[in-house]
Design a protein around this ligand. Sequence first.
Ligand code: GLA
Length: 705
Amino acid sequence: MQLVYGQEQLIIQTDQTTLVFTIGKDKKLYQSYLGARLNPADYAKIKDIRHEAYHPAGTDNLFEPAIQVLQADGNPSLDLRYQKHDVQQVDGHQQTIIELRDPQYPVKVNLILKAFPKESIITSSVTIENEGKKPVVLKQYASSMLHLDAPNYWLTQFHGDWAAEMRMDEVPLNSGIKIIDSKLGARADMYQSPVFYVAEDKPASETTGKVLAGTLAWTGNFRFAFEVDNHNSLRIISGINNYNSEWPLAAGEQFNTPAFIFTFSDQGKGQASRNLHDWARNYAVLDGKEPRLTLLNNWEATGMKFDQQKLVHLFDNGVTLGVDLFLLDDGWFGRKYPRDNDHTSLGDWQEDPKKLPDGLGYLAKAATDKGIKFGVWLEPEMVSPKSELYEKHPDWILKLPNRDEHYYRNQLVLDLTNPKVQDFVYDVVDKTLSIDQHIAYVKWDCNRMMTNTYSPYLKHEQSKVAVAYVQGLYKVLDRLRQKYPHLPMMLCSGGGGRTDYGGLKYFTEFWPSDNTDGLERIFIQWGYSNFFPANTIAAHITSWGKQPLKFRTDVAMMGKLGYDIEVGHMNEQELAFSKLAVATYKQLSPIIWQGDLYRLLNPYEQPQAALMYVAKQKNEAVVFQFDWNTERRNKPAYPVLLQGLDAKKQYRVEEVNLMPDSKSRVDEHGGAYSGDYLMKVGLHFNGQHYASSVVKISTGEGTTK
Ligand code: GLA
């Protein structure tokens, strides 16, 4: 076979990565290279045109397509040819827009690639425009198609369930197709998370191997397809799940896909994570560079059983601990139907006069008077069958007209495709915040997925529901962020049912899991840390788990620390420790939130875990070490080799966050070690069952306040 080479190339480049497109003589766009950064002098040698970059269905495509369009005349094909491209520098990144058109039909497709050089992140999204006079149907509309060529591929996926989020599994990708997706609509990430790694050749470790990390910025149904073809090439197609989601595109209309975010590292998963963290803090997460609030939540301590007096008493506990905010959870609302259990009241967002006779305003002021901020839980997209909202607006609810209602956690989902419902949801949050200016934080929950779904608003266009729902949610959040640009908000979804960068644009943090067992949290947080920075991962100390309080506290310190525990049940020693822990965390959190993460010991490999955060200037670091080994006689504890330090610098080593009167587990050697020593010889931790340590490493030129 004679290949026809084109000459024109488009280069998308970051500090670590190069993506090369070639425009063929047939004017099709081909992906010719994706991998570690190349020397510009070598671009011209790359002329591979085996892989069409954004391969459409219906013409010569033989495998999973990126896009499928049903034309107005019933023709089921799309043919995309290069027209032009445009490169611009925008806000820290280089944006390349590549325009493709069908020579026969008035369909225009723009591929939008943004390259963030310093963070080595590329994002890919697509706009599809119907320039004709009749409607077409989008049957598939990926955000990105990428091609890899290697002898072997290894996929790391993250999956789970309620209280079991982010289980990590690594599998080889062989001939055929593997799909990771969500069809849940809302609480979309409950079973599968929209994140993955693909390693080339062999599984990547934390420090070695070629690996691509990817995630979709979409708070709804997603789909990643990994297909290995007859030549052992891998194509990765990422975007909104087209399952049951055909999108009719009227004449003159445009459809914008969400961004697929990816990074390529030839130094293993750790580097890929650090790239994502830097990018997230700089560009993707609301106020990613700003400090977060430590808090005391009442959910685990009281459930829905509380009253005003009890809450005011709990404020004192927050003050004693020294946290910034008190977060009032579920159970404060419902007049006709008080929210005493999870069967009623969602939708009726007025204070329950029995529990809170003086309302949220009184509580917010009382908290402020005691020197602690006040925040509130809302689940504004949901409705209970037993609620005034349900009685007044049965047509605002997603449910099939001719079948039994199907509940999950005894509730239904509101029809956010309907602009009136969007206004209602906006008002719920706005009115709650307007009760008192001292309401300083919102926990936004979403406790069910969609089932038996039918939108009374969309009528004959039911295939739009899942996508239009998320668009509706974003409209509400856009409006709220205009009025409240910096109010800290936690994205929660019955634990970690919503963990994506589409949502985090509007939120400062997310709730990873209702499972706060200290040991299980190590695994859950380890999973999320692959894709999300520590300042977005809320981690609370509760009474889940049988590990000592010290262990649970050290685990929570690796994320955005909070408490959700009966402080009154702590003994004197535990309380003294916890007060000190909050103060210590406040000192260390700038390093944890903004530093570089190195995952040192993988809990999936031995009953031990270690992670460290290194300040950008390499003058300070914090090491977390955990040990739950019960069989020490068979397994010696090896020293933990640190990473990311300056080999030439001298560091002081000091174990912090100790229980009163307990001894350090590390040999501090009077404090002085070179970075070289710490990275080659490491630190030895005296092992014990459920032992844990927080170690501060510092040159003494510290900047930590
Ligand atoms: C969800 C959240 C919890 C709590 C409850 C309240 O399950 O994940 O943290 O807020 O709802 O009903």
